[in-house]
Design a protein around this ligand. Sequence first.
Ligand SMILES: NC(=O)C1=CN([C@@H]2O[C@H](COP(=O)(O)OP(=O)(O)OC[C@H]3O[C@@H](n4cnc5c(N)ncnc54)[C@H](O)[C@@H]3O)[C@@H](O)[C@H]2O)C=CC1
Ligand SMILES: O=C(O)[C@@H]1CCC=N1
Length: 270
Amino acid sequence: MTTIALLGAGKIGEALLSGLLQGGRRPEDLLFTERHPERSAELTKRYGVASADVPDAAARADVLFVAVKPQDIEPLLDELAPVVAPDTLVVSLCAGLPTKLFERRLAEGVPVVRVMPNTPMVVGEAMSAISPGRHAEAAHLALVEELLSSVGKVVRVPESQQDAVTALSGSGPAYFFYLVEAMIDAGILLGIPRAVAGQLIIQSAVGAATMLAETGEHPVTLREAVTSPAGTTIMAIRELEKHGVRAALLAAIEAARDRSEELGRAHEVD
Ligand SMILES: NC(=O)C1=CN([C@@H]2O[C@H](COP(=O)(O)OP(=O)(O)OC[C@H]3O[C@@H](n4cnc5c(N)ncnc54)[C@H](O)[C@@H]3O)[C@@H](O)[C@H]2O)C=CC1
Ligand SMILES: O=C(O)[C@@H]1CCC=N1
């Protein structure tokens, strides 16, 4: 059985740990490293998975998932460099960091796969985009695809698109949460109790997302079906257009893409 170690068990690391267990991986085939001892103890208690230090994880695991913040990567790379064997697969979940960074710092030939997942991983509905580094072969990509399929959907993209993917689906759930939050506020404005407004908006979001996923219809077609001539919806759409919501989304996602590129440039390699 493949042994998998998660390096950094925060929000994404824990979501992956939990998803891999739900997908049938045994606790004894999983390990994690975590710099906060109380966090380690909590996770071991919750999932029955042992913690390890970085050299131990590198010695025992076939696959290392790197799930620390991009800003915390350098000390981890210092620890990993002397202990990662060339046949260990390194999978980075870090926003912005190019596979070249890992290839430059780790032993020659170490296969690296870059992944951009998202937090719906906690409910098995992640969208993960994967890209191979220079030494990653078809079998490595297939293994990463299989592992991430236990926590959601997976697509393959060229690494040159990963900063854009980070802005779209990596950060994407935050934009939907923001929209839901604003719509619940609108319910409060209109005098609906918060709990009822929440129920109305969340079920509308679930229904709309399910229609998008299951009907295969274009979002424009689905929106037009809600928008009756001289009805209520068109009055709201006019306000959204007047306030530049579409342009704001384009600019917001472009800014997120730029930040992902900037996070990578902080560790610039040729
Ligand atoms: N939160 C999100 O929605 C997404 C995050 N990501 C990426 O996933 C990575 C993790 O993000 P989060 O889980 O949100 O961050 P987080 O801050 O919740 O988790 C990072 C964890 O790594 C631990 N850590 C840091 N340095 C360590 C070291 N040297 N050894 C062991 N543990 C160490 C920290 O104690 C923390 O628990 C980031 O690189 C982020 O860009 C990717 C997609 C979505
Ligand atoms: O905000 C961030 O930097 C991370 C990466 C994508 C989603 N969250």
